[in-house]
Design a protein around this ligand. Sequence first.
Ligand code: IMP
Ligand code: MG
Length: 178
Amino acid sequence: MNLVIKGKELQLYFSKEQLNNMVVKIANQISVDYQEKHPIFIGVLNGAFVFMADLIRAVDPQLKFQIDFIKLSSYEGKQSTGIVKALSGLKNDIKGRHVIIIEDIIETGLTITAVIEEMKKLEPASVKLCACFLKTGKQKINIQPDYLCTEIEDKFIIGYGLDWDEYGRGLDQLYYIQ
Ligand code: IMP
Ligand code: MG
């Protein structure tokens, strides 16, 4: 069945199973790396919440961890505005804690670099970056996630938490728009 949003046909990029396999792989890695560290996963809303929900359900049940969220945005339509709105919403004191930032997708890298800089001011013990997708060749800042599901081509993607002007977040597979 063809999926059409705003008159555009969606093309499948990654199936549910492919996404799940990638998420399980990094969840396993995190489970090993963070034993006894009591990390705090900090999701960047809105896009990261679906990925984060799958990730925390895939980590080792023996791992003790907390979750928290921040909210900001730099996107309008299909273009990054490059202007990152202030970070808000963190409910935990992260001083001395091991933080894992959870992001849906890194394109220019501007959003996540701003987030990491703000985080560091709060004096965590460590900050690592876990991203679901990285758009190849689009970075304006050199940033390499510590944990990454996969690189993707320079296409606009939707589904799996990512939206196109508030459409498509709930799709459980990843699609691209041609
Ligand atoms: P950056 O600051 O350019 O790295 O943009 C990152 C943010 O833009 C992500 O957190 C997403 O919310 C959004 N974004 C970037 N590319 C896409 C895309 O292909 N589809 C949907 N949202 C995207
Ligand atoms: Mg985002």
